[in-house]
Design a protein around this ligand. Structure first.
Ligand SMILES: Cc1cc2nc3c(=O)[nH]c(=O)nc-3n(C[C@H](O)[C@H](O)[C@H](O)COP(=O)(O)O)c2cc1C
Length: 244
């Protein structure tokens, strides 16, 4: 057996350190090979269409940035048809496909939308995330980004708690949460009731109200733009790191 000091002697000399490269500055030029459009899945549950309307506003804003491509998906319904009928729920939009868990791995980021149910996120959204165990076990969603949007029937009915009740799930997957903050003055005004918060776009949807207000649409546009930029920055950064 070779002795330890002999092994040490045989070791290669250390490589000469390369001269320090100058740190990048804001004017450092780069090739564009790291750029690609980010893929954002807008995944929602909506019984009376308000959350669906928000989803469409978000998709429009994401696509308008030119930095990302939005795709709309619904989570599967869990209520029986006769219950939906008793609840006067309209039929689901036929042009929006149902998401399956494995598809999540194909996106760079998710905007998750759901109405409030007794102050927490609707169970249909929860049920969908409970199908993601295999992805969780493989860490497939780690480092992806997510934002939230929501709808309540009453003014203080739980917009923020709806977002908050999704956060533990995101944390368990290692998904990075992107709040919107107070990026628009609409969130600080007191002239009219408006949905939305620092956690994302929202709508106040009491029975009889059939559309989003102008301000709610503008808050959604702001979130879509901000989220697209954040996800694109993450995608481009990851591409650059992979080139190293
Ligand atoms: C079972 C049930 C529980 C609800 N709980 C709340 C609640 O806690 N707070 C609230 O403001 N609205 C509540 N709502 C109203 C819904 O949040 C409202 O219908 C929904 O935001 C409309 O969104 P959608 O059109 O996308 O379904 C509840 C509705 C149902 C059916």
């Amino acid at each position: 057996m070779p002795c330890f000091p002999c092994l040490l002697k045989r070791r290669q000399p250390l490589a000469k350190p390369s001269p320090p490269s100058s740190p990048p500055t804001a004017t450092t030029t780069m090739t564009d090979s790291y750029k690609r459009k980010a893929v954002i899945y807008i995944i929602f549950y909506s019984m009376y269409t308000h959350v669906y309307q928000l989803a469409k506003e978000l998709a429009k804003a994401v696509n308008e940035t030119g930095l990302a491509e939005a795709k709309l998906f619904q989570v599967p319904e869990t209520l029986a048809d006769n219950v939906l009928e008793l609840m006067h729920a309209p039929s689901k939009p036929e042009d929006v496909p149902m998401i399956t868990a494995n598809q999540l791995a194909d996106a760079d980021g998710f905007l998750l939308g759901a109405p409030t149910r007794f102050g927490v996120v609707a169970s249909q959204m929860r049920s969908f995330w409970e199908t993601t165990g295999a992805l969780w076990a493989q860490g497939k969603l780690r480092g992806k980004l997510a934002g939230t949007f929501f709808s309540t029937g009453s003014q203080n009915g739980g917009q923020e708690t709806t977002a908050l009740t999704l956060l533990p799930t995101l944390a368990h997957h290692g998904i990075v949460y992107v709040p919107t903050g107070f990026t628009t003055a609409h969130l600080s005004q007191a002239e009219e009731v408006v949905g939305g918060s620092a956690y994302g776009a929202g709508t106040h949807a009491p029975p009889g109200k059939d559309g989003l207000t102008k301000k709610e649409k503008e808050i959604a546009a702001e979130q879509g733009k901000l989220f697209a930029k954040t996800v694109a920055a993450q995608v481009w950064g990851n591409q650059l790191l992979a080139q190293k």
